[in-house]
Design a protein around this ligand. Structure first.
Ligand SMILES: Cc1ncc(COP(=O)(O)O)c(C=O)c1O
Length: 357
């Protein structure tokens, strides 16, 4: 007999991107922001008092919810604070899905979704996100789905592309279940699906402080939805999911919009440069709305080999040996110096025949 439920024993857990111990590695594999967090977030951490640590934190991170509400022009009742965006995903899957319930998502997208579905013993409806004419397209079947939950990553990971607001609204209008729009990367895009939250009770947005606010190490995210839905999610969570230090730092970070926006702007500039340079080297890639690009290797160059060669030179990017991705590399936008170094090494490798098929 298994010590755990059979479907848990059978499931293969999520594999996070590599997190190397050495600091001299150029780390462009897990989409962290290359710039440091707001100095106000660091100051908030430094000014934590012994009393704040002795006591339990606010169970619902009230100060953060009020701050996020102010930033988005919504009410604090529209915000749920979570231990990273990943906790919001876990809450939604736990609250919505039981054995055999159907959850739909695009593939490729965030590879945690199938793992969360398997934890619930739910049935997955995998919608092919197709690379066509140098961009990615949603399949027509997305407008005619029978499922309890639909997860849309927007901007998508790993493609970096986004579904426009009108199409999103059409999808929501055609879907009876809950639509979770994962906006972990939206800070680097031109638009959010926020207007849909006020219109539709079955829409929830995921936000993360890991990317846009340079706080991946803090573990803080949040959801935006109508209060009735958030009240349901609150029933299936831990009592104190966000700690006092994280609440203080995340609140300071989100209130420092001027600082965050400046890092987003720098990332966008780096992204434009990287895309142009990679195209010059023969890579095929669509424009990106996030802080990474997904680049198809030039013909005759093996993406897996290139990934290995870059790693041997202490540059980490992400390679997925999966359908539609095996010929591509996902590269996080770094600082200008990191981007230049990456390009220089890629050019050397291609010219010397390394990474050739
Ligand atoms: C698409 C997507 N959603 C959600 C997350 C979760 O972000 P976090 O838990 O760091 O806030 C990630 C992290 O990489 C992601 O890529």
């Amino acid at each position: 007999m298994n010590l755990v439920r059979d479907h848990i024993a059978a499931l293969r857990g999520y594999t996070p991107g590599e997190q190397p111990a050495e600091s001299e590695v150029i780390k462009l594999n897990t989409n962290e922001n290359p710039y440091p967090p707001s100095p106000r977030a660091l100051a908030a951490i430094h000014s934590i008092t012994p009393e704040q640590l002795r006591r339990y934190p606010s169970p619902d991170a009230r100060v953060f919810r009020e701050a996020a509400a102010r930033v988005h022009g919504v009410s604090a009742e529209n915000i749920i604070a979570t231990n990273g965006g990943d906790e919001l995903l876990a809450l939604v899957f736990r609250a919505c899905l039981g054995e055999g319930d159907r959850v739909a998502f695009l593939e490729p997208s965030y590879s945690l979704y199938p793992v969360l579905a398997a934890m619930q013993n739910a049935t997955t409806l995998v919608l092919p996100y197709v690379f066509q004419g140098a961009t990615w397209r949603v399949p027509e079947e997305i407008f005619n789905l029978d499922a309890r939950l639909l997860v849309l990553t927007n901007p998508n990971a790993p493609s970096g592309t986004r579904i426009d607001l009108a199409t999103l609204e059409r999808i929501v209008r055609h879907f009876a279940g809950l639509v979770l729009i994962d906006e972990a990367y939206v800070d680097f895009a031109d638009a959010s699906a926020l207007p849909l939250v006020q219109k539709f009770p079955n829409v929830i947005l995921l936000r993360s402080l890991s990317k846009g606010y340079s706080l991946a190490g803090l573990r803080f995210g949040y959801g935006i939805a109508q209060p009735a839905l958030l009240a349901e999610l609150s029933k299936v969570r831990d009592s104190y999911p966000c700690d006092a230090v994280a609440i203080a730092a995340a609140t300071a970070a989100i209130l420092d919009q001027a600082y965050a926006r400046q890092t987003w702007q720098r990332v966008r500039q780096g992204r434009a440069w990287l895309i142009a340079q990679l195209r010059t080297c023969g890579f095929a890639l669509p424009d990106s709305a996030s802080n990474f690009v997904l680049a198809q290797a030039p013909s005759g160059v093996d993406a897996a080999g290139l990934y290995q060669q870059l790693k041997a030179r202490h540059i980490l990017v992400r390679y997925f040996a999966l359908p539609r991705l095996a010929d591509k590399l996902r590269i996080t936008v770094g600082t200008p110096e990191q981007n230049q170094k990456l390009l220089q090494v890629i050019q050397e490798l291609i010219h010397t025949g390394h990474g050739e098929r």
